[in-house]
Write a protein that binds this ligand. Structure first.
Ligand code: MG
Length: 224
């Protein structure tokens, strides 16, 4: 096929236009990808694992909710964890709240379990290694995942990357969940009372809560 000079010129400019359009489309695709990557990066949790799809997310505080730790020697600790602080090794003596193993086992059957602690990972990580007997904790979030507000640490549940209507937080410090009081179940601060039964007492309620459409509606009525 023989093209006239005009036709060649027109074909060239057409192909340039197509090239330009291609670049624009690719740039748009890059922008969309960047946007979704940055949204994913800003989430504190990885996407839900397949086995937890459809389950709600139970966010648990660690200290004085599930355990109490002390640098002072305590008689009959549940376990002792060596922690290095400023070049010195310290033993941390850890007591588990009564019923906590049963509580964790049952909750893991119903919820995706997240530990969200304002403690430093160099302490909390080895504590959780010992604590998580049944390997049921899906995610661990430490101090750097908290927001600093007026010298305190706040747990911003909207950063988790989960539907807030399906997120429940159990924490002995109400300030931690001050951004999302409607997602919270209060629990008393625990140090060493061996007669405490709050975790076990909460199991039936959390069993029911796992089945509702919207936890916020239920928690608003129950605790606010
Ligand atoms: Mg606490």
């Amino acid at each position: 096929m023989v093209h006239s000079r005009w036709q060649i010129k027109s074909l060239k400019s057409e192909s340039k236009l197509i090239e330009k359009k291609q670049v624009i489309v690719e740039e748009e695709e890059d922008t969309i990808e960047e946007r979704s990557n940055s949204e994913e990066r800003s989430h504190l949790l990885q996407p839900v694992a397949k086995e937890y799809e459809g389950k709600k997310c139970l966010v648990l505080d660690l200290d004085e909710t599930l355990v109490h730790s002390s640098f002072k020697t305590v008689s009959r600790p549940d376990f002792v964890v060596p922690v290095e602080i400023e070049g010195h090794n310290h033993n941390v003596f850890v007591l588990k709240r009564p019923g906590v193993d049963e509580f964790m086992k049952r909750m893991s059957e119903l919820y995706e379990i997240v530990i969200f602690t304002a403690s430093l990972s160099k302490y909390a990580d080895p504590v959780l290694d010992n604590f998580d007997l049944h390997k049921v904790i899906q995610h661990r979030l430490f101090r750097e995942a908290c927001c600093n507000y007026r010298g305190g640490f706040i747990k911003d549940l909207s950063r988790l990357g989960r539907d807030l209507n399906h997120v429940v937080i159990l924490d002995n410090t109400p300030a931690s969940y001050s951004l999302h009081p409607s997602n919270a179940i209060p629990i008393s601060t625990w140090f060493n009372d061996q007669h405490d039964s709050e975790l076990l007492d909460l199991i039936p309620f959390l069993e029911d809560l796992a089945k509702v459409d919207n936890v916020v509606e239920v928690l608003n009525i129950s605790f606010i």
